[in-house]
Ligand binder design. Structure first.
Ligand SMILES: *Cc1c(COP(=O)(O)O)cnc(C)c1O
Length: 436
């Protein structure tokens, strides 16, 4: 019987091994060592093209995809985005530097962050970042000053807080009125910052941005945000006489981490939102702006997998079984941070029955260093087995740390049956490289 896994790019072979993008994960673990991040490039490109096709279907040339690069940021990712001809989001000088180094054309970058430092702002301008997504007035004044010094007109979007709760994890919900991100419509700050932006000569206001949260499985939340943003735009148009060229609706499209979670059909999802946008703007008799979507997780999450080697297997009778792996919160902090779900499989025993409950834990000196609790593994699991944590393409490598001076794993990209190192494994000497 053909086994089914949570994503089409995951299969198993005749050796009872797990495969990603058709390649044997156990063989890859032998070749590159563990812990190891794998990234299926074919899947990344497929996802980008699904998004591109979906926006094109409903918005024609009026729709743009911008990859939110904080989800997975390293040079090869920016090269892939360049070759796919999409925009990117960046949130720091480091991401701008990485993208620039990879040859990404930064006029297609949107620079986010609720607290851009003066240095960040200057650096972004010197690198020709296309759009600043301005969070607050304080930042606007620094951008005006720096643009003035350079005698340029900087294009911006204003980040607006629509005042809705996306009902996801508290830590990743960003659309509520008391969010640390953006200027709220409800408090009058969104209108005030619009007036300020329009009055500055070195600033060109291109439009508005909102981002309501992450892991959203319901188009209603987006449609609610569209309605609020469109009403706001209508109000601005009526009172100030300004209409935006661009409306950026952010990212946050849900990704399946467990078999029990739904699959978001991006074509349908974008179509519902896109048709809704067209209708709402038509009803309000406002010219349809260019619409940007900013998927991060949903481009890269299920292209990724983390591969570990099992070390100690510890059974605490009547309590819990611990399966320790050679990574942990240093390469995947998401369970420790907000109890994120993951599917784990013993990659070299894919045909064995999983009947032993276990907690898969890392090697860090921290009880909270857990990859996942309450999973089941084959009872035969032992030292030397290979464990795969699925769907780790987003917010894993990009959140990795050197806690306990543990070197970060390499990122190996799989493409059409081949593999290549995109980020090499950190060495002990890399870890000491900044120490005096
Ligand atoms: C993080 C972020 C995104 C991407 O969110 P995902 O959940 O990864 O799709 C998009 N836009 C902004 C402004 C963000 O901060």
């Amino acid at each position: 019987m053909k086994k089914e896994f949570i994503c089409e790019n995951i299969t198993s072979n005749g050796d009872g091994h797990l495969c990603l993008g058709g390649q044997d994960v156990v063989t890859l673990a032998e070749k590159y060592g563990t812990p190891l991040y794998l990234m299926d490039e074919d899947r990344i490109r497929e996802r980008i093209n699904t998004f591109k096709g979906a926006v094109h279907n409903c918005l024609g040339d009026n729709g743009i995809i911008a990859y939110a690069s904080k989800a997975a940021s390293f040079k090869e990712m920016y090269r892939i985005m360049k070759s796919e001809n999409v925009f990117i989001d960046v949130v720091s000088g480091g991401e701008i530097y990485t993208a620039a180094n990879a040859g990404f054309p930064l006029e297609k970058a949107l620079f986010h962050s609720n607290n851009k430092t003066d240095d960040d702002i200057a650096f972004a301008m010197d690198n020709g970042v296309g759009f600043f997504v301005v969070d607050n007035e304080e930042e606007l004044f620094v951008i005006e000053r720096e643009a003035g010094k350079r005698n340029i007109t900087q294009k911006i979007l204003l980040r607006i807080t629509p005042g809705i709760d996306s009902h996801t994890f508290e830590a990743v919900s960003t659309g509520k009125v008391d969010s640390k991100f953006g200027s709220a419509i409800e408090t009058g700050q969104a209108k005030a910052i619009t007036k300020t932006a329009l009055s500055r000569k070195n600033i060109a206001l291109s439009g508005y941005h909102c981002h309501i949260g992450s892991q959203i499985f319901d188009t209603d939340v987006f449609c609610k945000a569209v309605r609020i943003m469109a009403d706001f735009i209508a109000d601005i148009s009526n009172t100030i006489g300004y209409t935006p060229e661009i409306l950026d609706m952010g990212g946050g499209f849900g990704v399946r981490y467990l078999p029990s979670e739904p699959i978001v059909d991006i074509n349908k999802f974008i179509s519902v939102i896109g048709e809704n946008i067209k209708k709402v703007f038509k009803d309000l008799d406002i010219k349809l702006p260019t619409i940007i979507f900013e998927p991060g997780r949903s481009i890269v999450a299920d292209a990724g997998m983390t591969v570990y080697t099992v070390g100690t297997v510890k059974k605490v009778p009547d309590f819990v079984n611990y399966v320790s792996v050679d990574g942990g919160m240093t390469d995947n902090v998401r369970y420790a941070m907000y109890k994120a779900n993951y599917t784990l499989l013993v990659a070299n025993k894919i045909d064995e029955i999983c009947d032993m409950p276990a907690s898969v834990v890392g090697r860090c000196c921290e009880s909270g260093d857990i990859i996942q609790e309450n999973v089941t593994v084959p009872a035969s699991v032992k030292r030397g087995d290979i464990v795969a944590c699925l769907t780790t393409g987003a917010y894993n490598y990009s959140m990795a740390s050197n806690y306990n001076r543990i070197p970060r794993p390499p990122v190996v990209i799989l493409n059409k049956g081949g593999s290549r190192i995109a980020v090499r494994r950190e060495t002990f000497s890399d870890i000491c490289s900044l120490d005096e």
